[in-house]
Design a protein around this ligand. Structure first.
Ligand code: MG
Length: 157
């Protein structure tokens, strides 16, 4: 048996007039996250953690922001490609853990929904998905959402 650890990080700036999606869940807020795709900072960090665990090219290499094909894309598409590559490499997810860093909105009331959605998207049990949120004390990043993710993989057989 072999195991792999992966780490992913992403940030997106808040922008008025766009919907806010975090972990594939639409959250009520007066701003969303700017980006070439739907700006889902958590799904991007999960995607990069999975790709990193198998030493695959990162999300920016696979889905270049310069490619109009990915404009407004649902970030679930990026995650699904990373999961396809993980399976192809013979691995499956043991668990993943995340930290979200953002000033607003409060994530606490939505943690269960985000955990359930990420679990469904990645095919693991909800108790294998850590969703933690902190405010950016002293960081000066109140206009951004930041996500850090680690993932553990094991090979099948
Ligand atoms: Mg991103």
């Amino acid at each position: 048996m072999s195991m792999r650890i992966g780490y992913g990080w992403d940030s997106h700036e808040f922008k008025p007039g766009v919907p806010l999606k975090i972990g594939g869940v639409a959250l009520p807020h007066d701003q969303g996250l700017a980006g070439h795709s739907d700006g889902d900072v958590l799904l991007h960090a999960i995607t990069d953690a999975l790709l990193g665990a198998i030493a695959a090219p990162d999300i920016g290499a696979l889905f270049p922001p310069s490619d109009p094909q990915w404009k407004g894309a649902d970030s679930v598409v990026f995650l699904q490609e990373a999961l396809r590559r993980v399976r192809l490499a013979g691995y499956e997810i043991v668990n993943l853990d995340s930290s979200l860093i953002l000033a607003a909105p409060k994530i606490g009331p939505h943690t269960a929904a985000i955990r359930a959605r990420v679990a469904a998207l990645t095919g693991v049990a909800p108790d294998s998905v850590g969703i933690k949120a902190k405010t950016p004390e002293g960081m000066g990043t109140d206009n951004a959402a930041i996500a850090h993710v680690v993932v553990l993989l094991t090979n099948r057989g």
